[in-house]
Design a protein around this ligand. Structure first.
Ligand SMILES: O=C(O)CCC(=O)C(=O)O
Length: 250
């Protein structure tokens, strides 16, 4: 683990052997019961309040997508999000995959609406691919149950080790890919995946809510998706601990 995190008071949670194996072999793992019901309710409420407040501007810091309720820069949208990017098991998983110091890449949210959500198969890391050297880890914080028909994330097991770039290897990236699996789990779970793994959101065909936070990390030598120094607002700045400052790199 990054000694700097430990010096700043971070206490990592040990991963189980099966979580390590899943992250290594499949490129993803699901951590159950990470978000307790009271916190999950607060996160759901915050999701709705931010969306309501921002209206047509919601998500614009990163990207807006037709038929998807997107939010971005959640670090600066409420104290309730502070513990998301400091969650002990998550940070232990990120270290396990990256094996070097990292920082927050971005904290966003994503909810595909009925009939929407299908994305092209893609990887979050768009740079050079080398098995064993990874750069990004993303996590899906499930504020609602994630089911096969409400737009669960699909992931291709083992694809973090594929040498090829998905855009060059796969002709129809909207289509199902052989062997892909859906990250389905109960509300309160967190799915963690290697940012080199091929994945995408799928279509919500049931209309059941599927609100997810995306909390992504990147190796410290790279640029963040959301430049936290640029976006940091005075209210967030006032309440951040030294540990949070290090993880955000502010
Ligand atoms: O929310 C999801 O299922 C995945 C979203 C995703 O991969 C993206 O927006 O790039």
């Amino acid at each position: 683990m990054d000694e700097r995190l430990i010096d700043l008071g971070f206490a990592p949670e040990e991963l189980s052997p099966s979580q390590r194996t899943q992250l290594d072999e499949s490129g993803f793992a699901i951590f159950e019961s990470v978000i307790d019901p009271a916190w999950r309710e607060k996160l759901q409420q915050a999701f709705e309040q931010v969306f309501e407040r921002e209206g047509e501007q919601a998500g614009k810091e990163v990207s807006q997508v037709e038929g998807v309720r997107r939010l971005a820069d959640l670090v600066n949208k409420g104290e309730v999000f502070d513990q998301v990017y400091l969650q002990p098991a998550l940070l232990a998983a990120v270290w396990h995959v990256l094996q070097r110091p990292f920082k927050l890449h971005s904290l966003n949210a994503h909810e595909p609406l009925l009939g929407h959500g299908q994305q092209v198969l893609h990887a979050d890391w768009g740079g050079a691919r080398e098995t064993g050297t990874y750069h990004v880890v993303n996590s899906m914080w499930m504020l609602d149950d994630m089911t096969a028909d409400n737009g669960a994330t699909r992931v291709v097991p083992g694809s973090h080790r594929f040498p090829g770039v998905v855009g060059e290897e796969v002709e129809d990236r909207m289509a199902a890919y052989p062997g892909e699996v859906y990250l389905t789990a109960s509300a309160g779970s967190v799915g963690v995946f290697n940012g080199s793994a091929w994945h995408s959101c799928t279509q919500n065909s049931s209309g059941q809510q599927r609100r997810v936070l995306h909390c992504a990390f990147i190796a410290r030598e790279h640029k963040q998706q959301t430049d936290q120094r640029e976006y940091l607002n005075p209210e967030t700045d006032r309440r951040l601990t030294p540990l949070a400052r290090y993880v955000l790199d502010v």
